[in-house]
Design a protein. Structure first.
Length: 281
């Protein structure tokens, strides 16, 4: 019995449609369904860790991408070599290459101009440092590795403390939208004794303190803002004699109390009215 051309065409069309349907379902299963991973891996522990992580809404295949070609290579290798299949990079290598796909906004944070940036933009875009160089690989949580800074920023200290003990990101903003000096709030989190209600409280601590140096604030530092005061009248005479500004003006208080003025003057000479201090007398 001969089959008509129309029936043959219908059978071929159904066959192609079923092939496409099952092919699509297979592709969808291997590329978007986390259950596919369990066909090769014992993933219970990793699965639980994934559910508890910040990546819990991202399917395995989004980061652990494994293409059809790699799947077939692995299958053929398993058939040919049994329990020792070829190693693939979708486990611990490829996930790092997928970071930019989701974290584009984070990576450009700190961009100021094509050749000037800070934070993520400076490290990831300008210096082309890989994410894995700064972030720890702890399964599905990838926290910042505080020890990574010292790989490039060697011989840096914070008030004499090694950055191995004091992480750079405690002070340096990585995710701010605009480049700013470290705000005073960053400093007062550790330096609780510092008053936030003093004449200089609105200034950044960096105006006077250089965090990567151990040197104390000197007259030259004060002169950066108080050029007139330092060189005028008795201020200038005291400075020439090597008297530091901080001898009379106590740091973070600055204004000399009435009860202190008389005592301070008499340590060196007879008391004179501080109101005439800016004049030569």
């Amino acid at each position: 019995m001969r089959i008509s051309h129309s029936v043959k065409g219908f059978i071929i069309a159904v066959f192609l449609m079923l092939t496409f349907l099952y092919g699509y379902r297979y592709y969808h299963y291997t590329q978007t369904d986390p259950d596919f991973c369990s066909s090769c891996h014992l993933v219970r522990e990793a699965y639980i860790d994934w559910q508890r992580s910040s990546h819990s809404r991202v399917v395995c295949q989004k980061c652990h991408e494994i293409g059809i070609l790699e799947q077939n290579q692995r299958l053929l290798s398993y058939i040919a070599r049994g329990v020792d299949p070829i190693s693939l990079n979708h486990g611990r290598q490829k996930p790092w290459l997928q970071c930019e796909g989701c974290h584009k906004t984070t990576i450009v944070q700190g961009a100021v101009s094509p050749d000037k940036a800070y934070g993520h933009a400076k490290h990831a875009i300008i210096q082309k440092i890989k994410c894995s160089a700064c972030h720890l690989n702890r399964q599905h949580n990838l926290p910042f590795n505080g020890d990574s800074c010292i790989q490039c920023h060697q011989n840096k200290e914070v008030h004499g403390i090694s950055i191995r003990e004091f992480s750079c990101i405690n002070c340096h903003p990585f995710i701010r939208k605009h480049l700013v000096m470290t705000p005073p709030e960053k400093c007062t989190k550790c330096h609780l004794e510092m008053s936030i209600k003093n004449p200089k409280s609105k200034l950044s601590c960096h105006y006077c303190h250089k965090p990567h140096l151990r040197e104390k604030v000197r007259n030259a530092t004060c002169a950066g803002c108080h050029k007139t005061e330092v060189g005028l009248g008795q201020h200038g005479n005291h400075a020439k004699q090597g008297i530091e500004c901080m001898y009379c003006h106590k740091p973070h208080i600055w204004n000399i109390k009435e009860t202190e003025k008389n005592r301070l003057c008499k340590e060196c000479h007879s008391y004179k009215d501080p109101r005439s201090f800016i004049y030569i007398f």
